[in-house]
Design a binder for this molecule. Structure first.
Ligand code: PMP
Ligand code: GLN
Length: 383
């Protein structure tokens, strides 16, 4: 009997699905997979109902509804003074996951190399491998999760084509500051690399942190493909509307892949997200305040339980050191917490290819209802 492709042997089930399944089986409070356990903005849900009723029942243009592309272009201009032409430079995808896949597929030839900063979001490496290319990890070292330029230099070869950065960063909650971005930008220019900048948490910022898109740095717009997603910004991860903004010649290649991967994305959802983006200025402060309250509550609770770490400035994740709690590595400790304490977290070692640093941490997602966070803390108190 014929079997699946040999290349499939390098893949396993994503850690997020595995942990959510284990959480269900063990009736554990799920602070693992990154999604809110409450629904996003009601006003946006009302708009989607209206859009469904109005029509919008047929395929959108394959590169995305013009209305949405115009609103994406408009917010990049309003928030970051970045100019993207909605006709040629913006492509709407099935979430950031498809954006990443279509982008990497469009840019990579077999045996090309991609520098990924670890810990990384798991789909980067999978998408790279599906192109027959190679992910080359460079570690963001704990506790500040900084990148050493010397290590970047060591990782680069004549085959290196792309560097992927995620800002704000999942799983650490780090918001990269200008000097750090500048270093990466210099490095990319020196070695003539393209940069994929995954900015899905661009609006999840706390304590006055600012998001600096990589494409705003001098000389970077022409070599950067910026990816984002409405799922995070509107707390509706199931809507799966994402996008890629890139210079025209790169956009063209991304669109050619996208047209065969998904062709086009749910039309009424795109129309609703376009309306959402129009209202970002009014929406974002309340959104940030809502998540800040959750972050502060959970951080204080974790501190009382004896976990010590710096409070994250962005995203809805905390990367929590476990060395003062256990001698176990992350995977085993995560299993112990699920089974015995009924709290599910993500063991971050699955976000590393090279370093063992992830074994000393667990990732907690605090995008949860107050009662969920309370139950998790009270279960953990029985440690
Ligand atoms: N990038 C990062 C860093 C993420 O955390 C996620 C998922 N939460 C994605 C991309 C994928 O986003 P989407 O759900 O829009 O596909
Ligand atoms: N991005 C989410 C996380 O980091 C999960 C998305 C998924 O399950 N693929 O947990």
């Amino acid at each position: 009997m014929k079997t699946a492709a040999h290349k499939m042997s390098q893949f396993k089930d994503s850690i997020f699905g595995v942990i959510s399944q284990l959480a269900r089986e063990n009736q554990a409070v799920n602070l693992g997979q990154g999604f809110p356990d409450f629904d996003g903005a009601q006003w946006l849900k009302d708009i989607v109902n209206q859009k469904v009723q109005e029509g919008h029942g047929q395929y959108a243009p394959f590169m995305g509804s013009l209305h949405l592309r115009e609103e994406i272009s408009s917010y990049y201009k309003r928030f970051y003074k970045l100019v993207y032409d909605p006709q040629q430079e913006i492509t709407v995808t099935v979430g950031a996951t498809e954006a990443l896949y279509s982008t990497l597929t469009a840019l990579l030839d077999r045996d090309d190399e991609v520098i990924v900063l670890e810990p990384f979001y798991d789909s980067y490496v999978a998408s790279i491998q599906l192109s027959g290319a190679k992910a080359v990890p460079v570690t963001m070292h704990a506790p500040d999760f900084t990148v050493d330029v010397g290590e970047l230099e060591k990782a680069v070869t004549s085959k290196t084509k792309i560097l992927i950065i995620n800002n704000p960063h999942n799983p650490t909650g780090k918001v990269w500051v200008r000097e750090e971005l500048q270093q990466i930008a210099h490095f990319a220019q020196k070695h003539d690399l393209l940069v994929i900048s995954d900015e899905v948490y661009e609006f999840l910022l706390f304590d006055g942190a600012t998001h600096i898109p990589m494409a705003t740095l001098d000389g970077m717009k022409e070599r950067t493909l910026t990816i984002s997603s409405a799922g995070k910004t509107f707390g509706l991860t199931g809507w799966k509307i994402g996008w890629v903004c890139a210079p025209e010649h790169l956009s063209r290649a991304v669109r050619l892949v996208h047209q065969y991967v998904s062709f086009s994305v749910s039309t009424p959802m795109q129309e609703a997200v376009a309306e959402g983006l129009k209202r970002l200025e009014g929406y974002v402060p309340g959104f940030q305040a809502q998540y800040k309250e959750k972050r502060d509550y959970f951080y204080e609770g974790m501190k009382k339980l004896g976990f010590t770490f710096a409070i994250p400035k962005g995203t809805y994740f905390m990367m929590v050191p476990i060395a003062n709690k256990t001698t176990k590595r992350d995977v085993d400790y995560a299993m112990e917490l699920i089974k015995n304490k009924k709290v599910a977290t993500v063991p971050p070692s699955s976000f590393y290819l090279k370093s063992k640093e992830g074994e000393g941490y667990l990732r907690f997602c605090f995008a949860k209802k107050q009662e969920t966070l309370e139950s998790a803390l009270s279960n953990l108190e029985r440690l």
